[in-house]
Design a protein around this ligand. Sequence first.
Ligand code: DLL
Length: 433
Amino acid sequence: METRFFNPKIEKLSPSELRVLQFKKLKTVLRRVYQKVPFYREKLKEAGINLSKIKTLSDLKELPFTTKEDLFVDYPFGLLAEPLEKVVRLHTSSGTTGKPKAIFFSKKDIWAQAELIARALVMTGSTSQDILQNSMTYGLFTGALVMHYGAELLGMLVIPAGPGNTERQIELMRTFGTTCVHMTPSYALYVATVIQGKGLKPGVDIKLKRAYLGAEPYSEETRRKIEEMLKVDVYNCYGLSEMGGPGVAFECQFKKGLHLWEDAFIAEIIDPKTGMPVKPGEVGELVLTTLNRTAMPLIRYRTRDLTYAFEEPCPCGRTHIKIARIIGRADDMFIVRGVNIFPQQIEAVLMGIKGVAQNYQIILEGLDEMIVKVEIDRDFFDGRIERLLKLRDEITEKLKAVIQVRPKVELVEPGTLPVSEGKAKRVIDRRTL
Ligand code: DLL
């Protein structure tokens, strides 16, 4: 694939030029939050920070973190750095506290994020001739609207399908010749299964070229499965509402790590326990500072997402740092019999096993029991019980080898487990511990 750029000047800045740009923007952001956001003024004062002492980018690590809890301190408007008349949009994202996080956008924020998306779409080979079926949820969730604006900025034809009603999704794909879709990976697996079940031929009846999948973690095995089933290139798209939604980091054509736009964010990877930077290439929590956002800038925001950075330059020519696909969220990790487990480890094992269909669920019960319910291909339910038992044993042993805990594996027919159109809920914890 030929490498094209939406904003070549910025995308190809040399690493040293990028650092200069970041530092210049950082100074402006710090000055703004100090003047305009009482919460940050107090926080910086409390930490004894004198902004004139911030002389290089590495001084950033002297500044205090912003946490999800901080978003609720002067809820909902307390972190605004612009007067309300300059704020044009609200998005929310469910928090751990029950109240949703309220994230505000100025006009500038909306178009700045749209540009990050447009860059990413071009980076993966899309052009204004492509037709994007946007099957994320429209509404308070950033997923659909933010992508929508980015795709329109590039000039794509956007079909604002929203999620669900899979029959209609397929109908839209066939009628309008959809070439790209944007959805969650769990929904993409489901749609792929329905397309297969109808006997439709990808490439013939359905002309998809690219699937932009994000909003929840997924494994390389899931990517491969969707690519095979739909005959598409799957690109991973990462983002979070607090940073403007999707488009914070995105895979290029080489699919080896996600470029994180460093003219828009400063990324740090820290040890979640100590708050100190990890060694290059080590896994840690991603911490982001916004450089462009005007309505609600955030300094050293702890995403709770675990990843690592790639050191080597990317053959696509973009200089912006690459992060690995999100390994898990610190919040999603669960502990069974003393072992730390991420749902994604289980997903990676399952999606690599022949016979496993698209859906699974993890149930934690009793004192510390772990049940993994797995949908498997329909032809396994043909009465040959030994074949079923063999598959069950294979799944159990492969899971045990990776997660160190032997789960109880239950095989179920395809279509039995709940399908999520938005983010999948993989773990149900009913333990009585
Ligand atoms: O999920 C924004 C988004 C929409 C990203 C559409 C990509 C596509 P939130 O609802 O605020 O925003 O949830 C953010 O979702 O901190 C991650 O834990 C997780 N997440 C998002 N993208 C990915 C991804 C949107 N590609 C939270 N891989 C983040 C893994 C992801 N996890």
